[in-house]
Design a protein around this ligand. Structure first.
Ligand SMILES: [Zn+2]
Length: 73
C-alpha cells in the first residue's frame, strides 16, 4: 500500500537557506530536524493540517486499492 507519509518535502533552512528534505510524517509529528549547518529546525504542522492530509490521502489510496480489487475480480 502506498503511504503518503513517507513522501518527502523540501524546506529551506532559515539559517543557510539550503533546502532540506523531510518526510511529511516528520512535519505531521512536528519533529526537530537538523540542517547540515548545525541549525535545528522545529517543524510545525499548523492546525494538524498534514496529519489530516496524510489520513485523507491514505484513505483515498485505500479506496482506490479497493476499486482495483473489485475490477480484478
Ligand atoms: Zn542550514
Amino acid at each position: 500500500m502506498i503511504d503518503i507519509s513517507k513522501q518527502s518535502v523540501k524546506i529551506d533552512c532559515p539559517e543557510c537557506k539550503r533546502s532540506i528534505s523531510v518526510t511529511i510524517k516528520q512535519v505531521a509529528d512536528e519533529a526537530l530536524v537538523k540542517c547540515s549547518c548545525g541549525q535545528g529546525i522545529q517543524l510545525q504542522d499548523s492546525n494538524g493540517t498534514n496529519k489530516k492530509e496524510i489520513k485523507d490521502i491514505n484513505k483515498s489510496f485505500k479506496d482506490l486499492e479497493n476499486t482495483f480489487k473489485k475490477l480484478g475480480r
